[in-house]
Design a protein around this ligand. Structure first.
Ligand code: GSH
Length: 227
C-alpha cells in the first residue's frame, strides 16, 4: 500500500500534484498530512523525507521523493499515469517538465493559497510572460488532442502538474483565453479538486511567510478560510 506524505491543502502546491493524480486514477493510498510549522522550518519533514520536502511517497519501505520522480515511479505500475501513445506522452512529459522547472514569476508572485482571492498590485512583464506561455500551452494541448484534459479525454500526470495552477488562476483572477479558462474551470470542478479545496478551507493554521508574501503582492479581496 502507498503512503503519500503531504502538507497543508491551502498552501502545498507540490503536494496537490500527486494527491489529485492518485485520486483521479483511483490509485489507493494512505494520506499523511504533516503541517508546515508556520515558521519556515522544515525539520519535521526530514523525519520522513530525505530532502525535507513534500510530497514524499512510501511504497511499503521504499521511499520516493520529488513529485516528478513519484509520478514516474507510479507510472511503472499504472499504465494510465501518462498518455499511452508515444508522441502524446512526449508532449505530456514536456509540458509537465516545463511546469516542474519553469514559470518562476508565476510561482513567486502567485503563491498557492486556495482560500484567498487577491487583486495583484501589478502584473510584471515576467509574470505576464508566464501567463502568456501558460495560456499558449494549455490552448495548444486542448486543440491538438481535443480536450477536455490537456492530452485528450483522460486526466493524466500533465493535468496533475497544472492542477495547482488552476487554484492560482482562481485566487489571483489571472486572465486566460476562453479555452484555457474552460480547462481551468474543468479542473476546479473535479470531485478530487473540490475535496482538496473544501479541506483546505477548513485548515486554521496560517503560514506567516506565505501570508506576508501574498499581501505584499496584492490586495486580499476575500478570505473563504475558516478562522
Ligand atoms: N521539487 C520538489 C519540490 C517540493 C517542495 O518544494 N515542497 C514544499 C511544499 S509545497 C516543501 O516541502 N517545502 C519545504 C522545504 O523547502 O524544505 C517536488 O517536486 O516535490
Amino acid at each position: 500500500m502507498y503512503t503519500l506524505f503531504i502538507a497543508n491543502k491551502n498552501y502545498s502546491s507540490w503536494s496537490l500534484r500527486l494527491w489529485v493524480l492518485m485520486h483521479e486514477l483511483e490509485i489507493p493510498f494512505v494520506e499523511e498530512i504533516v503541517l508546515f510549522d508556520g515558521m519556515n522550518n522544515f525539520e519535521n519533514f526530514r523525519k520522513f523525507a530525505p530532502n525535507a520536502k513534500v510530497p514524499c511517497l512510501y511504497d511499503d519501505q521504499e521511499v520516493v521523493w520529488d513529485s516528478l520522480a513519484i509520478c514516474e515511479y507510479l507510472a511503472e505500475d499504472h499504465v494510465n499515469v501518462w498518455p499511452r501513445e508515444k508522441t502524446v506522452r512526449a508532449w505530456a512529459r514536456s509540458a509537465a517538465a516545463e511546469m516542474h522547472s519553469g514559470f518562476p514569476a508565476l510561482r513567486n508572485s502567485c503563491g498557492m493559497n486556495v482560500g484567498l482571492r487577491v487583486e495583484l498590485n501589478e502584473i510584471s512583464q515576467a509574470l505576464q510572460a508566464d501567463i502568456d506561455r501558460l495560456n499558449e500551452l494549455w490552448c495548444e494541448g486542448l486543440s491538438k488532442f481535443g480536450g477536455p484534459f490537456l492530452t485528450g479525454a483522460q486526466f493524466t500526470a500533465v493535468d496533475a502538474f497544472y492542477a495547482p495552477v488552476a487554484f492560482r488562476v482562481q485566487t489571483f483572477g489571472l486572465a486566460l483565453d476562453p479555452p484555457a479558462q474552460a480547462y481551468c474551470d474543468n479542473l476546479l470542478s473535479l470531485d478530487s479538486m473540490q475535496q482538496w479545496y473544501a479541506e483546505g478551507l477548513l485548515e486554521t493554521m496560517r503560514e506567516t511567510a506565505s501570508e506576508i508574501e501574498i499581501s505584499s503582492n496584492g490586495k486580499v479581496t476575500a478570505d473563504y478560510r475558516q478562522l
